[in-house]
Design a protein around this ligand. Structure first.
Ligand code: ADP
Length: 453
């Protein structure tokens, strides 16, 4: 049988409460009943003892004070050792005929009976029988047991109902989490979130974790979708160009020169696609952790100077001036080819998206054991809504500004990968229409002087 958690908890609480209450009630009632019986016994003993003490033989008769023979509900009768009744009271004839058993108190029907032997001066041995009615006492105890049972039943019902309601209330957030998860599973709306209450409890923590997981899922699904959109867009253009050129070349009456031109264009696109796929491959390898870096101790300052010169040449083609401020002697442990690629990608972007006749700044210094640097331009800048995505593969802030001649949207993804592979990071600050600054920070080698701070 399948039981809900609520039912299981309610059943467990009920069983626990009922057993505990039964034990407590049973203990209390047994004690009460034993005490009540003990009191009656004590009373019986005391009266019988007193009668025994005050027995006397007078005027040929064995007697005791009248008041003692019926006292506090205890009746006492005196018999000769042979059996005949001498004095006192016995409320029932049956009690009279009961076997004489001196010593212990015994129960007989609703009566508690105590027999004693006694010696009366001048008469000899007599038998004493005291009896007290305990019907009211046993009735009262009996009623108490019935009330306790009824109470136990009420407690069982209240405990099961109460615990079920409390557990249901406590587990309500779990139902919300469940229905939200089911809603997401049924549909495709990853923007759904679990409403978090004010209570700072375990469910709040679970809901927050679940929401954080949904945030990440939504982000990665979005990234995935943008990647597919952008990649297909990026591949569709060259393929369309190649098809058009091939159709053109295959047309009748095309001169050998025209066919060669078309083939050259097809080749150009094929080269672009080949570069694209090798960049993608490099990134995919990096994702799998399969790409091996050729790490060596290198002078990063020199590398920046060298790539800066290439950047300056590229910039000059657009009338942009590149100014460099590079602290000499900064060494890092890194892959020369990859670090060159990182700097070149940033400089190419600065030229591509820079303002014609503008400026680019290339900086490098050592701070807190880190080789920190930046490439800053005064170009078109990046809108805030694009900024978080520029590191994604194939992401291009504005497609109309780029194209085959430009990049494919893999440059910054590569930059980020290279910085991270060197134990560092990159970031970007940008203002639309004013320019962008791409900064990096990678661990420097301390022994080289420049970073010995
Ligand atoms: P792309 O090959 O398109 O340059 P990147 O990955 O290098 O691809 O850059 C991604 C996008 O980031 C670019 O399409 C561009 O919109 C934006 N971007 C990169 N660098 C700059 C920059 N210096 N100034 C303005 N936008 C930039």
């Amino acid at each position: 049988m399948k039981l809900s958690v609520k039912a299981k908890v309610a059943a467990a609480v009920t069983v626990f409460t009922v057993v505990l209450t039964a034990l407590v009630l049973g203990g209390v009632l047994s004690t009460v009943s034993a005490t009540v019986t003990q009191n009656a016994e004590d009373n019986l003993r005391a009266v019988s003892k007193e009668v025994k003490r005050q027995l006397l033989f007078d005027d040929g008769m064995v007697e005791a004070p009248e008041a003692l023979l019926v006292q506090g509900g205890v009746y006492t009768a005196v018999y000769s050792a042979e059996g005949p009744f001498l004095c006192g009271y016995m409320p029932s004839a049956n009690l009279d005929s009961l076997d004489f058993k001196p010593g212990k108190t015994r129960s007989w029907g609703n009566w508690l009976v105590l027999d004693r032997r006694a010696q009366v001066e001048g008469y000899g041995a007599v038998h004493l029988r005291s009896a007290t009615n305990i019907e009211q006492l046993t009735d009262a105890v009996h009623k108490m047991w019935i009330m306790a049972l009824a109470g136990l039943f009420v407690i069982a019902v209240a405990a099961s109902l109460g615990s079920y309601l409390i557990v249901r209330r406590c587990l309500r957030p779990l139902d919300t989490i469940n229905s939200t998860a089911a809603g997401i599973q049924e549909g495709t709306d990853l923007s759904l979130r679990i409403p978090l209450g004010k209570a700072d409890d375990e469910f709040h923590a679970l809901g927050s974790t679940f929401n954080a997981m949904l945030d990440r899922l939504e982000q990665s699904f979005g990234k995935e979708r943008r990647f597919t959109d952008n990649a297909s867009h990026e591949l569709r253009t060259p393929v369309a160009v190649m098809l058009a050129e091939a159709d053109y070349a295959l047309e009748e009456n095309r001169s050998p020169q025209e066919q060669r031109d078309a083939l050259a264009k097809i080749r150009e696109q094929a080269v672009y696609m080949s570069e694209l796929t090798s960049q993608l491959l490099a990134l995919a390898r990096a994702d799998r952790g399969a790409s091996r870096l050729q790490m060596e101790e290198l002078d990063f300052s020199e590398l920046c100077e060298m790539v800066g010169e290439t950047g300056a040449e590229l910039a000059a083609e657009r009338g942009i001036r590149l100014g460099a401020s590079i602290q000499p002697g900064i060494c890092v442990n890194g892959d020369t080819a990859l670090l060159m690629r990182m700097l070149l990608n940033l400089l190419e972007n600065a030229v591509r998206y820079g303002r014609e006749g503008g400026h680019i700044r290339l900086e490098l210094c050592c701070e807190d054991g880190q080789a920190r640097g930046c490439v800053a331009d005064d170009g078109i800048g990046i809108a805030p809504e694009h900024l978080p995505h520029i590191w994604e593969r194939f992401y291009q802030a504005d497609r109309s500004r780029s194209g085959v001649a430009g990049g494919a949207g893999l440059g910054l993804a590569m930059v980020e990968y290279i910085a991270q592979a060197h134990g560092g990071s990159v970031s970007c600050e940008s203002t639309l229409g004013e320019g962008s600054t791409f900064s990096w920070s990678i661990p420097a080698l301390p022994a080289q002087g420049a970073c010995a701070d």
